[in-house]
Design a protein around this ligand. Structure first.
Ligand code: ADP
Length: 372
C-alpha cells in the first residue's frame, strides 16, 4: 500500500509519501512548504515535485490528513465520505483557522485523486478523549456546558500519542506506566499519560491555554480579557489576537518568538522570557506528577525539546527537588536527532528517567491510515 500524508498548517504545508509492505512502513519522499496560504496550489506543486523525483502515485494509494479539531464526536481516525466531511465542516467554528485549512486540503485531494482513493482524517484532539471528567471539564455553570461543547480538548495529540507509543516500544509499558510528554515547539503542550492513555493535557478548549509558547500567553486570568477590552477599546477578538499572536516568548522579550534567538541574546527581557517559559513548564510538571501519583519518565520533543540542551537542563535543574538527575553529557549530545530516534539523558539513579524523542507526526498518521 502507498500512503500519502498531508499536514496543512496555518502557514506551512507538509506532505510525506510512504510505502508499506508486510507491516513495514518506509518513507519514500517528503516536502515542506512554508508561507502557503492556499493548500490547492501548494499541494499541486508538491505532487509535481514528487513526480519530478520519480515517485508516482499507485492504485493502492490512501491519503491521511492531519485534522486539528475533531470536537466531542471524533475519538479516533475516520474514513472520509461526503457525510463525514459535512460533519467536519460543522466543527469549523471550534478552530476556524486550523480546520478550514485541513478541509481545503481534503477537498483538493478528492479533486486531484478522485473519489476512489480513500481519504482518512487523523485528529489532533483524538488522543486526549480518554481524559477523565475531572480533567476535561471547566468549572462553568451546567446550563452553559449543556448548551455548548466547552471542555478541555487538548491538541498536539498526534505527537503525544507518537511519543507515548515510541516510549512503550523502546522501554516497555503496562497499564500503570506513568509518563509526561513535553511537546515544546512554536506551539507547546504537555500531556500526563497513564498506560498509554492521556489523563490530562495543558492545551484546552483551544490551543491558547497552558504553557508559554512562541507567541501565545498560555494560562491567563480571564478577567484580563475584559480589562483590556475596556481599557484599550478593543473587541474580544482583537484581544485574543494579542494573546495568540503577540504574547508568549515574543511578547515578554519584545525581541523574537524564536527560542534559539532568545537563548543567544544577552537582553534581560529575553532572559526573563526564557525563565518564565521554564518556570511555567515546571509548574505543570509538578501538577501532573501529583495528578498521576508519580512518574517514571519525562519525554522532551519538538523544535525546542529536541534541540535545546539548555532548556532541558533548566527544566531538569528546577526538578532536582524531586530527585531528577540529568546526564549532562548525554543531554548535550541529544540534538538534531532523526525522526523516531530516542535518547536517554538522565543518570541511572534519577527518580524519573529523562528522554528526548524526535517526534514524527506524519509516521503516526501513516500508521493510523494503514490500520484503518
Ligand atoms: P512548530 O511548532 O512550528 O512545528 P518547531 O517544533 O519546529 O515548531 O519548533 C520551533 C522552535 O524550536 C523555535 O522556537 C526554535 O527556536 C526552536 N529551536 C529549534 N532549534 C533550536 C535550538 N538549537 N535551540 C533552541 N531552540 C531551537
Amino acid at each position: 500500500m502507498q500512503i500519502l500524508v498531508i499536514n496543512c498548517g496555518s502557514s506551512s504545508l507538509k506532505a510525506s509519501l510512504y510505502k508499506t509492505d508486510k507491516g513495514v512502513c518506509t518513507k519514500l519522499i517528503d516536502a515542506h512548504l512554508k508561507g502557503v496560504n492556499d493548500p490547492s496550489t501548494g499541494l499541486a506543486g508538491i505532487f509535481e515535485s514528487f513526480a519530478k523525483a520519480g515517485f508516482s502515485f499507485e492504485p493502492s494509494l490512501r491519503v491521511g490528513h492531519r485534522f486539528v479539531h475533531g470536537g466531542d464526536k471524533y475519538r479516533s481516525s475516520i474514513l472520509l465520505n461526503a457525510e463525514v466531511i459535512k460533519e467536519l465542516e460543522k466543527l469549523s467554528w471550534l478552530a476556524p483557522l486550523h480546520n478550514d485549512i485541513c478541509l481545503a486540503g481534503i477537498k483538493t485531494c478528492i479533486d486531484y485523486f478522485g473519489e476512489a482513493v480513500p481519504q482518512i482524517a487523523v485528529f489532533d484532539t483524538a488522543f486526549h478523549r480518554t481524559m477523565p471528567p475531572i480533567a476535561s471539564n471547566y468549572a462553568l455553570p451546567r446550563d452553559i456546558t449543556a448548551k455548548y461543547p466547552i471542555q478541555h480538548y487538548g491538541f498536539h495529540g498526534i505527537s503525544h500519542a507518537y511519543l507515548a507509543q515510541t516510549y512503550a516500544k523502546h522501554v516497555g509499558q503496562n497499564e500503570q506506566t506513568k509518563i509526561i510528554t513535553l511537546h515544546l515547539g512554536n506551539g507547546c503542550s504537555m500531556a500526563a499519560i497513564r498506560g498509554g492513555k492521556s489523563m490530562d493535557t495543558s492545551m484546552g478548549f483551544t490551543p491558547a491555554e497552558g504553557l508559554i509558547m512562541s507567541t501565545r500567553a498560555g494560562d491567563i486570568d480571564a478577567a484580563i480579557v475584559e480589562f483590556l477590552c475596556v481599557q484599550e477599546k478593543k473587541t474580544p477578538v482583537e484581544i485574543m489576537q494579542i494573546l495568540n499572536s503577540r504574547s508568549g516568548l515574543l511578547g515578554v522579550s519584545g525581541i523574537s518568538p524564536d527560542m534559539k534567538v532568545l537563548l543567544d541574546s544577552k537582553d534581560d527581557h529575553a532572559r526573563l522570557a526564557v525563565d518564565m517559559f521554564c518556570y511555567r513548564a515546571v509548574k505543570y510538571l509538578g501538577g501532573y506528577i501529583a495528578a498521576l501519583g508519580g512518574v517514571e519518565a519525562l519525554i522532551f520533543s519538538a523544535g525546542i525539546g529536541e534541540n535545546s540542551p539548555e532548556i532541558r537542563c533548566d527544566i531538569a535543574r528546577r526538578m532536582e527537588w524531586f530527585g531528577i538527575k540529568m546526564d549532562d553529557h548525554a543531554n548535550s549530545q541529544a540534538k538534531g536527532l532523526p525522526p523516531g530516534a530516542i535518547r536517554k539523558i538522565s543518570q541511572p539513579d534519577s527518580t524519573a528517567a529523562l528522554y528526548v524523542i524526535a517526534t514524527d507526526e506524519n509516521a503516526f498518521i501513516a500508521q493510523e491510515v494503514e490500520l484503518l
